[in-house]
Design a protein around this ligand. Structure first.
Ligand code: AMP
Ligand code: ZN
Length: 494
């Protein structure tokens, strides 16, 4: 990486030098993309075996803030996000549900896209499914084989990590003394278990597989991202990002696969978001301590409060989640919206902008920008905006604020919302689009059970009007019923 910071090339960038913490070097460095004015970025997307939880969305919101910030500085973004629609868990879950993996994952991809819209996450330029890039993965594995980086065992192809001297450079694991030739088939494993990993997995009975020139089977997780990143972004990307849990083995293995094939550095800046925690444990499906967006929405939380909370804690700080923090976030958003409404609606005494207020607004805008330029320090950036809001409100209360002061202050608020995207009062609209009723308090589990039992009784006495009424009533409160063939019923929240 160049040690000499040059000015960033997107053209609104001359004032602030953008700096990011790069996991690869362990340092916070000036950000200078390869091509002037353009950022090539790869974002590890979700594994679509279930609804994403808000821990996942912590990372996706960070990636959106990163994207919006770079765009606001004039860069053209070329961002790729993958959808991992084949992996061990998907295969197992689809088989258990008795459907193909396509049918199984379609539902969660749709839910992910809907959730993204609710959180105002901008669509990346390319959102790509792993199963539509099997040929690219096979070709990359063939390239690695030609260069002697692979071997096969029982129909699976493995990457020989001893052949790649840079192995461990991202996660800083020590590979010295490691047992060579030991293999791992699982996609996710920990650092103590660094092994030769599967690029291509031989099919197991009853599992989904592809017939290919390297034999029947399915791809390992890491080769998916490496192949899609190289295809859409070229051999060297500017930024690769994900949550910290992806550093090892996922990103370490992506580096090995792509650099062994191309001989070029894979990604110049690696950005990793710290986890969202619950009671000091990582929120995860396997721990069972997770909340989906839909659950939070059906408990009355707004999309804007969730986005604000996730965005307000700088990405390299852990975020300990508690539903009460969402109330705090909701009142912050409320305060900002009220302020902008006041700026737009109130009739202030005539007069051009006072030098003081115009300067104050310009300073807030600069401080907001400086906070984000400093490795996306969203907390510092927000503090600058809240200071401005407080001072401008005081000035209005004292009758000192002039009509002409509104424009510069609004400009600062616009700069804020270009990144935070919470000022539009469209929460109800968003929830409606997700089919979540608003203004109706959600039901507790016991209340749902009572209504479900009443509906079962109505069905039994063939009073279908009553049974439909109860079903609608539950749907309005975000509860969906699934009738089974044997006359039983299961319920879940949307
Ligand atoms: P996955 O669907 O497991 O591949 O994860 C999708 C994204 O969410 C990845 O970038 C993960 O690193 C990230 N992620 C998973 N759990 C958390 C968490 N508790 N907090 C923050 N990010 C997470
Ligand atoms: Zn990935």
């Amino acid at each position: 990486m160049s040690a000499q910071p040059t000015l960033n090339s997107g053209d609104r960038t001359t004032k602030t030098e953008i700096r990011f913490h790069n996991t690869l070097t362990g340092m916070t460095e000036p950000f200078v993309p390869q091509a002037p004015g353009e950022v090539r970025s790869y974002t590890c997307g979700p594994t679509v075996y279930d609804f994403a939880h808000i821990g996942n969305f912590r990372t996706f919101v960070f990636q959106d803030i990163l994207r919006r910030y770079l765009k606001s500085k004039g860069y053209r973004m070329i961002q790729v996000m993958n959808l991992t629609d084949v992996d061990d868990r998907i295969i197992q879950k689809a088989a258990a549900a008795g459907v193909g993996i396509r049918e199984y994952t379609d539902k969660y991809i749709q839910a992910f896209l809907d959730d993204r819209r609710a959180l105002n996450l901008e669509p990346p330029e390319h959102m790509v499914r792993a199963t539509e890039h099997i040929d690219d993965m096979v070709r990359l594995i063939q390239r690695l084989t030609e260069k002697g980086f692979t071997y096969t065992s029982d129909g699976s192809t493995y990457f020989r990590i001893a052949k790649f001297p840079g192995y461990g450079k991202l996660s800083k694991i020590d590979v010295a003394g490691m047992q060579t030739g030991a293999r791992v088939d699982m996609d996710r494993y920990d650092k103590d278990n660094a092994r030769d990993f599967a690029l291509w997995k031989a099919p197991k009975p009853g599992e989904h597989f592809w017939e290919t020139p390297i034999g029947p089977g399915r791809p390992g997780w890491h080769i998916e991202c490496a192949a899609m990143a190289l295809k859409y972004l070229g051999e060297t990307l500017d930024i690769h990002s994900g949550g910290v849990d992806l550093t090892f083995p996922h990103h370490e293995n992506e580096i090995a696969e792509s650099e062994a094939a191309t001989g070029k550095p894979f990604a110049r800046y690696w950005l990793h978001a710290e986890h969202l925690l619950v009671d000091h444990e990582k929120m995860s499906k396997s721990m069972g301590n997770f909340a989906t967006l839909r659950e939070l929405f059906s408990h009355g939380h707004k999309p804007s409060s969730i986005r604000f909370l996730l965005a307000s804690v700088p990405y390299r700080r852990q975020l300990n989640f508690a539903p009460e923090s969402l109330q705090g976030a909701a009142s912050s958003v409320e305060r900002l919206r009220n302020f902008v409404a006041r700026l737009r609606a109130e009739k202030f005494p005539e007069g051009s902008s006072s030098a003081r207020m115009a300067e104050r607004a310009a300073k807030a805008k600069d401080e907001f920008d400086a906070g984000l330029a400093d490795d996306l320090n969203t907390a510092q950036a927000l503090a600058a905006i809240f200071d401005l809001v407080r001072e401008a409100n005081t000035s209005m209360d004292r009758g000192e604020f002039r009509q002409g002061d509104a424009a510069p202050v609004l400009a600062a608020m616009d700069a804020f919302d270009e990144i935070f995207a919470v000022l539009r009062d469209d929460d109800a609209e968003k929830l409606k689009a997700l089919g979540i009723a608003t203004g109706v308090p959600s039901l507790g589990d016991a209340e749902v059970e009572v209504l479900v039992a009443e509906r079962q009784a109505a069905r039994k006495r063939r009073d279908f009007a009553a049974s439909d009424r109860i079903r609608d009533q539950l749907a309005e409160r975000g509860v969906i019923l699934e009738d089974s063939r044997d006359g039983g019923v299961r319920w879940k929240r949307k």
